[in-house]
Design a protein around this ligand. Structure first.
Ligand SMILES: CC(C)(COP(=O)(O)OP(=O)(O)OC[C@H]1O[C@@H](n2cnc3c(N)ncnc32)[C@H](O)[C@@H]1OP(=O)(O)O)[C@@H](O)C(=O)NCCC(=O)NCCS
Length: 176
């Protein structure tokens, strides 16, 4: 059921049953404000999104974002994971967690776990990530996970900081 785990976290594919949790996540403007994501109008709308995600992403691409669970309490803290963009032929890393779980190192732990999975299990050799410069927490997670800033990218009227990491990466160097 779980695709990977890290010291404190478990990761599995989204299921339609995650719809209520993800509806609540996207209902928090502090979570969405630095992303291009939209609020789900209803839990039913979220359910349709996650039903379609099975077909359009997991079945078609073979991997995607994942529900992220805290081992200690079994709580869903949000999501994290990879996304393939066919238009750019690029894989990016993304993450969103409920606010009460911020600044405990989960973002960095999840990011490193997903990068390791990307290379070890999926054979991916390069992962990109995008964050608005105001999103200091997200930029910090990327830097703490070994990503390097590659330049600014204009998209949807906003200037995004683009980061990239080549895999495999020796994550041990980040500890020193
Ligand atoms: C981005 C996000 C996933 C980070 O997760 P997290 O679990 O808080 O990440 P970590 O605890 O591993 O690291 C956060 C780092 O940012 C730092 N940070 C956060 N906000 C900061 C701020 N306003 N100023 C300075 N540093 C800040 C923290 O101190 C920490 O760094 P440190 O370990 O050196 O002290 C989380 O904030 C989130 O879900 N945000 C909303 C969704 C989002 O913006 N996603 C990314 C879109 S690009």
């Amino acid at each position: 059921m779980y695709l990977l785990e890290s010291e404190r976290l478990l990761f599995r594919n989204f299921t339609p049953e995650d719809c209520e949790e993800m509806f609540l996540l996207n209902a928090d403007w502090d979570v969405l404000k630095y992303t291009g994501d939209k609020v789900f109008n209803t839990i039913a709308e979220a359910r349709v999104f996650f039903e379609e995600y099975q077909i359009h992403t997991y079945e078609k691409i073979g991997y995607g974002r994942m529900t992220t669970i805290l081992k200690e309490t079994n709580e869903v803290i949000g999501w994290c994971g990879l996304k393939y963009h066919p238009d750019l032929d690029e894989v990016d890393l993304g993450y969103r967690f409920h606010k009460r779980f911020w600044n405990k190192g989960y973002g960095t732990e999840a990011s490193i776990a997903c990068l390791d999975y990307a290379y070890q299990k999926l054979g991916i050799k390069e992962v990109a990530a995008y964050a608005l410069k105001e999103n200091i927490g997200s930029c910090r997670v990327l830097e703490k996970s070994g990503f390097k800033f590659t330049g600014n990218v204009e998209r949807e009227g906003k200037s995004w900081k683009r980061y990239c990491i080549n895999l495999p990466f020796d994550f041990d160097v980040l500890l020193h």
